[in-house]
Design a protein around this ligand. Structure first.
Ligand code: ADP
Ligand code: MG
Length: 250
């Protein structure tokens, strides 16, 4: 579903991604671990073309992201085409990024109506089903500021799902939460995993990775150092950099 091939990305003189290769198979959960500054967020942002790549390419569901053309010569897509691609790639941010002036329900209805031209009533009905799925049926008319962080993040997940994306990307979805609220958000992500949602999750929650991931990817210094099933990467990492990182977080 996601195919990242030899992706390079620099910010000025700083080379943040130094040739990243990564595949996420349909229906699988890939968890990305790595120290701060290793390029995890940048990688996620290239997958929905919030960042351009300098070299390499990314396909989602077979479609080249952000560019058209063959491997030799790539031409960047127009903003409108990029926005259309982005509707198929759900993104959940560390800080929720809900629209503060819209109710919970309207947060979920906005994009399907404006980007996919769904009829409003249909979008509302779908939004209510999604709120039920994340356990927030009773919050449809609340505003984001009236919710806890965990509730806001569950709304953000429902909002991402409202576009029926092919894949969901999560960038440290529980890092901004008080510890007692982490579980409710991870439980929603676990439910999605059980339902076969394709997901790429950057997180420091090792227990979650062990339980839910099909593949764990360890990134450091802008490259994938090691990847494999959670049992292999977490319990018997082959690289000293992975070992050193896990020794710090476990
Ligand atoms: P991680 O998510 O693994 O902590 P990031 O992808 O956020 O890492 O960042 C990797 C490196 O790239 C960091 O050194 C960060 O400061 C730098 N960086 C990220 N975004 C930008 C940007 N827009 N401009 C300049 N430097 C950036
Ligand atoms: Mg980050």
């Amino acid at each position: 579903m996601v195919d990242v091939h030899a992706v390079h990305k620099s910010f000025g003189p700083l080379e943040v991604l130094r040739g990243v290769d990564l595949k996420v198979r349909t229906g699988e959960v890939t968890v990305v671990l790595g120290p701060s500054g290793s390029g995890k967020s940048t990688l996620l942002r290239t997958i929905n073309h919030l960042e351009k790549v300098d070299r390499g390419w990314i396909r989602v569901d077979g479609e080249l992201i952000g560019y058209r053309g063959a491997r030799g010569k790539l031409h960047e897509l127009k903003e409108k085409e990029v926005l259309k691609q982005r509707t198929r790639i759900g993104f959940v941010f560390q800080n929720f990024n809900l629209f503060p002036h819209l109710t919970v329900l309207d947060n979920l209805v906005e994009a399907p109506v404006s980007a996919l031209r769904r009829p409003k009533e249909e979008a509302r009905a779908a939004a209510r089903r999604l709120l039920e799925r994340v356990g927030l049926s009773d919050k449809a008319d609340a505003y984001p500021r009236q919710l806890s962080g965990g509730q806001q993040q569950r709304v953000a997940i429902a909002r991402a799902l409202a576009l029926e994306p092919r894949v969901l990307l999560f960038d440290e979805p529980t890092s901004a939460l008080d510890p007692e609220l982490v579980g409710e958000v991870l439980d929603v992500i676990k439910d999605l995993a059980r339902a076969g949602t394709t997901m790429l999750v950057v997180t420091h929650e090792i227990g979650f990775a062990r339980e839910v991931a099909d593949t764990v990817v360890f990134m450091d210094g802008g490259v994938v150092v090691e990847q494999g099933p959670p049992g292999a990467v977490l319990d018997s990492p082959r690289h000293t950099r992975t070992q050193a990182f896990l020794a710090k977080v476990l």
